[in-house]
Design a protein around this ligand. Structure first.
Ligand code: PLP
Length: 356
């Protein structure tokens, strides 16, 4: 028997239905996949075109590019799930595409059209199909990036842009609950700033307080509004809801809170359950007598908050199987994975050969 050539081995591996991954041990770290999608906006073309799949790997750019020097960039995050019948579903990808358009406008960047965005996401998923975890054992996290990649030393919008989509399998992230600490010194977002869009510059300014909070055993920080310091806004990368009686409330997204797609979906599902869902300013003092608190985001879907600590005082909340958070989590993940009927038309089936 002759052994396979390098090329044949690669082709063979790529034909396998599933990549060699220990699905049950996946967290949220990067697992490299096979391909990524790249599309450019050049000075000559003045539009995004000629998008293509290339091998996943490092990219090159001029040291003076806008993203590296001035942070002119946006990111998105969405997931592809495998159904019981092996089909693959995307969850509301047009919402991510629209959010990127809004963000691009704020950051003075051109953005791909909704169709271009969805097409790129589909191609990335299909090319990396073997990395989409088996049904119920995780998802393929898709990370679209929009970056100023033209060379510009001057402080002004970049002359060229790159839209890049890569993906990594991630676990379900079911385990654990959140222990939050209210941050009353550092603000995540300020009115007129970029807290309401997924700017790449939103995260690193909170690494310092977040790292300190984690060292003290907290899972995340809960930020207050920068103007009065009396209303809660959101956590580092997820939105927050509080439950009291039949009322679920969450802070209004008016520029300092990221309008989460999970948040929006959970509001609809909770209304359907008969809860009164209120979007309004949520004073920190209301957090003290909430019955249940939970957070939402693409990575965690819905996670219960076990405790909130504010100025040394720790409040604890209801946890476990009987919580609304668990019910919402089960309902939403049921829709996302094709187990529950998708009455609202939130999922998009993607199918086709690995290379389009
Ligand atoms: C992405 C993000 C969220 C969650 O948005 P989803 O669309 O639900 O994933 C919440 N807060 C911040 C700061 C984020 O960046």
């Amino acid at each position: 028997m002759t052994s396979l050539s390098k090329q044949e081995q690669v082709e063979c591996r790529e034909k396998a239905e599933y990549a060699n991954v220990n699905w049950d041990e996946l967290g949220f770290a990067l697992t490299k996949t096979d391909y990524m999608y790249v599309m450019k906006f050049t000075e000559e073309e003045q539009m995004f075109c000629n998008g293509t799949l290339i091998r996943f790997g490092n990219i090159q750019m001029c040291p003076s590019s806008g993203i590296l020097n001035y942070g002119q960039g946006l990111f998105e995050g969405l997931k592809a799930y495998r159904k019981e019948d092996e089909g693959i579903l995307l969850f509301r990808p047009e919402e991510n595409a629209l959010r990127m358009k809004v963000g691009a406008d704020r950051m003075c960047m051109p953005s791909p059209t909704v169709d271009q965005f969805i097409d790129a996401v589909k191609k990335t998923v299909l090319a990396n199909k073997r990395w989409v975890p088996p049904h119920g054992r995780g998802s393929l996290y898709i990370r679209p990036l929009l970056m100023g990649t033209g060379r510009n030393l001057e402080v002004k919008p970049s002359s060229e842009y790159t839209f890049l989509v890569y993906a990594s399998p991630v676990g379900n992230g079911l385990k654990g609950v959140l222990n939050l600490m209210v941050e009353d010194n550092v603000h995540r977002a300020t009115p007129g700033g970029t807290g309401g869009i997924k700017a790449v510059t939103n995260y690193s300014p909170i690494y310092k307080p977040l790292t300190e909070a984690k060292a003290k055993g907290f899972s995340d920080l809960l930020y207050l509004d920068a103007l009065t310091g009396s209303n809660i806004e959101e956590c580092s990368g997820c939105n927050i809801f509080i439950l009291k009686g039949n009322v679920i409330s969450t802070p209004t997204t008016h520029g300092t809170i990221l309008p989460g797609i999970t948040r929006k979906s959970i509001m609809e599902i909770a209304s359907g359950f008969g809860y009164q869902v209120e979007e309004r300013a949520t004073p920190i003092k209301e957090v003290f007598d909430a019955e249940e608190v939970f957070c939402t985001g693409t990575a965690m879907i819905v996670k219960s908050v076990a405790s909130i600590t504010y100025q040394g005082k720790r409040i604890e909340y209801k946890l476990g199987a009987e919580t609304l958070a668990q019910k919402l989590h089960a309902t939403l993940t049921g829709i996302q994975t094709g187990v529950n009927e998708d009455k609202l038309g939130w999922t998009m089936v993607i199918d086709g050969p690995p290379f389009l």
